[in-house]
Design a protein around this ligand. Structure first.
Ligand code: ZN
Length: 395
């Protein structure tokens, strides 16, 4: 009796959490319903979903015990036992899934579906606009926590069977809608294994323990392929040429997988550093595999011949992109940035050290530049002359 009372009291004092259940609709695969039990919240209000390309928000309804529905206004206090809303899913065409747009979609022939948090998953709050922690569960009952609003978005994918990789105590689930990726898994899995092992070893204190890597076909002719890092899931386009996955696409695929994994492992950095370190280490992670790439220095040497903003320093580019949305400078983070880190790494290796062990200790100033402390640590090894030379060339 006393035990029972105690456990009831504990349960009552614990902060409520919500469960969003995504369910198929009876009308077909082009829509899903999301429902949330909100009774335990008492009075609450709905906060708009984070948005990407536009400001669209789902229309929310309160469902009463007798089944009648009434519309819920965002940001307006309400009491309601059960909230529900519908999300339309766009049919994915022959070109395959365009990851960059992150539009809620379904694949009519392969049977999988995708929902992104953007424009689709509002949060609920009882006070101060502080969202109540929530889990989002797919129709096949895979659940993920709604990330903090300053973290990468939640992606939900269902209808694909995952293959588990156990790497250094971390579980990586690989899913794909591309048969040839599954079929050739024995060829590329050892490389991905070794890459992720290496990247995970760089961040011994990372609390990220599990993530999914999902590969989706995309036709080569459309010319746009991408990858995206969500809160617990990486999405990568697999390029098909006339329906065929070509051998020479595999290095790119593995590089993107490593690049996006770096974003999950290493989260607090200014944009230029985040992108350039992810890209440098994605490249470096392939060194010990049969899939290696041209070195960042070589790539930069070729790229700068024709890129119109090649002379812009990385810090100025960081400023132009993050403060003024001048995305034409963004490619510098992927090419000039990795060349910078390779030069730093090489200089450290010339002195018997490496960037690897220093990576988690690098800190940055508010303006995005490396902190004086980090620069001092680097110059101690490579010398001030070398640092000044590289800073002048790249930063
Ligand atoms: Zn990136």
């Amino acid at each position: 009796m006393s035990l029972l009372l105690l456990s009831t009291a504990l349960a009552a004092s614990a902060e409520p959490t919500l469960k969003y259940q995504i369910e198929p609709t009876s009308t077909g695969p082009d829509a899903v319903t999301v429902s949330v039990e909100t009774k335990a919240l008492g009075t609450f209000h709905a906060l708009p979903a984070r948005t990407l390309a536009n400001d669209t928000q789902p229309a929310l309804f309160c469902v009463t015990a007798n089944g009648s529905q009434s519309a819920i206004e965002y940001q307006t206090p309400i009491q309601c036992d059960h909230v529900t809303w519908q999300l339309p899913l766009a049919a994915i065409g022959q070109d395959g899934f365009d990851i960059a747009k992150q539009i809620d979609s379904y694949e009519p022939t392969k049977g999988w579906s995708f929902v992104s948090e953007f424009n689709s998953l509002p949060r609920f709050s009882t006070h101060n606009d502080e969202p109540v922690p929530a889990q989002v569960c797919s129709p096949d009952n895979q659940c993920g926590w709604m990330p903090d609003a300053d973290q990468p978005p939640l992606f939900v994918v269902w209808g694909l069977k995952p293959v588990d990789l156990d790497i250094n105590g971390k579980t990586i689930k690989v899913t794909t809608d591309t048969e040839q990726i599954l079929k050739t898994m024995d060829d590329w899995k050892p490389a991905l294994d070794s890459q992720l092992n290496y990247l995970i070893s760089l961040f011994p204190d990372s609390t990220v323990n599990q993530w999914d890597i999902a590969f989706f076909s995309r036709d080569k002719q459309v010319g746009s392929v991408s990858g995206a890092a969500g809160s617990d899931k990486i999405l990568i386009n697999a390029i098909l040429n006339n329906g065929q996955l070509e051998d020479d696409e595999m290095p790119m695929l593995l590089k993107i997988a490593a690049h996006e994994s770096m974003h999950l492992l290493n989260t607090t950095m200014p944009l230029w550093a985040s992108e350039s370190i992810a890209e440098y280490y994605a490249n470096k992670s392939l060194d010990k595999t049969p899939y290696d790439f041209a070195s960042p220095q070589t790539q930069w040497h070729d790229f700068k011949q024709s890129f119109p903003f090649a002379s812009t320093g990385l810090l100025e580019a960081n400023n132009l992109v993050s403060k003024k949305q001048q995305y034409q400078y963004y490619p510098l983070f992927y090419v000039k940035g990795p060349a910078f880190w390779q030069a730093i790494d090489q200089s450290l290796m010339d002195k018997g050290e490496s960037l690897d062990s220093r990576l988690p200790t690098l800190t940055y100033n508010k303006d995005g530049s490396l902190s004086e402390a980090s620069i001092a640590e680097l110059t101690k090894v490579i010398g001030k002359k070398k640092w000044d030379e590289l800073a002048k060339l790249y930063l």
